[in-house]
Design a protein around this ligand. Sequence first.
Ligand code: 5GP
Ligand code: ZN
Length: 116
Amino acid sequence: MGDTSCIFCKIARGELGTPFVYQDADVVAFRDLHPQAPTHVLVIPRRHVDSLAASTAADDVLLGKVLAGVRATADQLGLVQSGYRTVLNTGAGAGQSVLHLHAHLLAGRTLAWPPG
Ligand code: 5GP
Ligand code: ZN
């Protein structure tokens, strides 16, 4: 998957005008088009990586930046007190539909465990 055809690369470059709820040098965060909770934000690396499974040790710093981006986004949205869930779907069988690594940040309702 190249950067030119990837929808999340386009979003990260600002080409679709998607508002960012958080951004820094490495990641951007924006609201999911089909929210599954009152707060449903996607945190993605600016640099394209297909998935967690496709990442390598060379991406480990970036993977940490994605989690740090989730933390910063949750701080900014005031979710620390209530708690929040972070999900990375990896592979079609786990529900990954966009092949650009992304962390789901979900909050604002009771989240059941185990997940479906
Ligand atoms: P996945 O199913 O791959 O774990 O998550 C992909 C998520 O991206 C889905 O929750 C879907 O609603 C969201 N999504 C897909 N296309 C777009 C888009 O163009 N804009 C936004 N904001 N979200 C999108
Ligand atoms: Zn991409």
